[in-house]
Design a protein around this ligand. Structure first.
Ligand code: PLP
Length: 387
């Protein structure tokens, strides 16, 4: 897979988008390709969201404050209280064009030349590039298959230097689907207490896409004394299948939030007012779609795993959240070569190297069941090694 780069470090086309584009090109040429690349829910926005947006579109829609319409900040506060039992004030909330822009704004607001950002693997492919674009240095910490893809307290402690500005924690993780237990978070908190210069970016965009019956736990709830150093990042993209609306938010200390909002204001002013109104409806309306869709995702996950596990060349962990499988390849060839081979065999995946974990593949199951099953069967056939 070739990645176009420019001279400025960090300006790379996302390898996920690059693979998705290749799959789309092949499909446009009439080739039969099952695309398992993108983390994009295949559902429509909830009906009450669409209705609210249609109604609002008939009214004048002007600029909004750069940190979002007051109704949205209020809905975000309500959702945090309802879903995570966390209470944040109005000045502690920033709104942007998706979680991605909040992450970007936060790094731009805080990273000084060559500041370090700890990025545990496997990571969402955009993190290192965003860090580099903001003038920072990603410090990649390997979290292996054997470690259940979790950052340990010891590895965190070893990675922190005087230049460390941020630690990124993403749970459920993309692509691992991993969640952190209460104990694991408490151990990380102990390390962070010893290093008061380190901030934590807690990317919780998949918090609603979980397959366990336990409550969601995050660092802010487990270590309230660290709250002033934690930025919770979330949005409507994944939970409510609203990727295209572009609404995300950050919740954290007011001093950081005001800098994030200042950057937002100088960048694109605000995310679309209509999208903000839609997000208010998503957060404030019926939450039943969340559970209904989690059941559907779970069924897809289980069916896909059952097919993939029939291949002796794949080790397939069961993700606890998000909508990706991240099998380990038990083959000599590299994940990049295997992804090419699979594309030739009619299924598009993303090689683990894109997430800092070579030797794996990422498959999205945010896709229709029959396509997903067909894609998995093609993988098993192409790899051989049927049990
Ligand atoms: N964080 C993670 C881990 C993601 O996987 C994604 C999207 O794929 C984002 C953030 C960005 O989400 P948004 O659509 O809100 O910008």
């Amino acid at each position: 897979m070739s990645e176009p780069t420019s001279e400025k470090s960090g300006i790379n086309i996302s390898p996920i988008l690059a693979m998705a584009r290749r799959a789309a090109d092949l499909l446009a040429q009439g080739r039969d390709v099952v695309d398992l690349t993108l983390g994009e829910p295949d559902f429509a926005s909830p009906e009450h969201v669409t209705e609210a947006a249609i109604k609002a579109a008939r009214r004048p829609l002007g600029y909004s404050p750069s940190n979002g319409i007051p109704e949205l900040r209020s809905a975000i506060r309500g959702a945090l209280l309802r879903d995570k039992e966390l209470s944040y004030g109005d000045p502690e909330i920033a709104v942007g064009c998706g979680a991605k822009q909040i992450i970007f704004n936060a790094f731009l607001a805080t990273i000084e030349a060559a500041d370090e950002v700890i990025v545990p693997t496997p990571y969402w492919a955009s993190y290192p590039d965003i860090v580099r674009l903001c003038g920072g240095k990603p410090v990649i910490v390997d979290c292996s298959f054997e470690d259940n893809f979790q950052l340990s307290a010891a590895d965190l402690a070893a990675a922190i230097t005087p230049k460390t500005r941020w630690l990124i924690l993403n749970a459920p993780g993309n692509p691992s689907g991993v969640l952190y237990s209460r104990d694991a978070l408490l151990e990380l908190a102990d390390v962070l207490r010893r290093h008061p210069h380190v901030f934590v970016m807690s990317d919780e965009i998949y918090a609603h896409v979980r397959y366990t019956s336990e409550d969601y736990v995050n660092l802010a709830a487990m270590a309230p004394d660290l709250r002033d150093r934690i930025l919770i990042v979330d949005g409507v993209s994944k939970a409510y299948a609203m990727t295209g609306w572009r609404v995300g938010w950050g919740c954290g200390p007011a001093s950081l939030i005001s800098r994030i909002s200042a950057i937002q204001g100088q960048n694109c002013t605000q995310t679309a007012t209509l999208s903000q109104i839609a997000a208010v409806a998503a957060l404030g309306g019926s939450q039943s779609v969340l559970k209904e869709r989690a059941v559907i995702y779970r069924q897809r996950r289980d069916n896909a795993i059952a097919i993939l596990r029939s291949c002796s060349l794949l080790e397939v962990p069961v993700p606890q959240g998000a909508f990706y499988l991240f099998p380990r390849l038990k083959v000599r060839k590299s994940d990049m070569v295997i992804a090419e081979l699979l594309l030739d065999a009619g299924v598009a995946t993303v090689p683990g190297s894109a997430f800092g974990s070579p030797g794996h593949l990422r498959l999205s199951f945010a896709t229709d069941m029959s396509l997903l099953e067909e894609g998995c069967r093609r993988i098993v056939t192409a790899l051989g090694g049927a049990k």
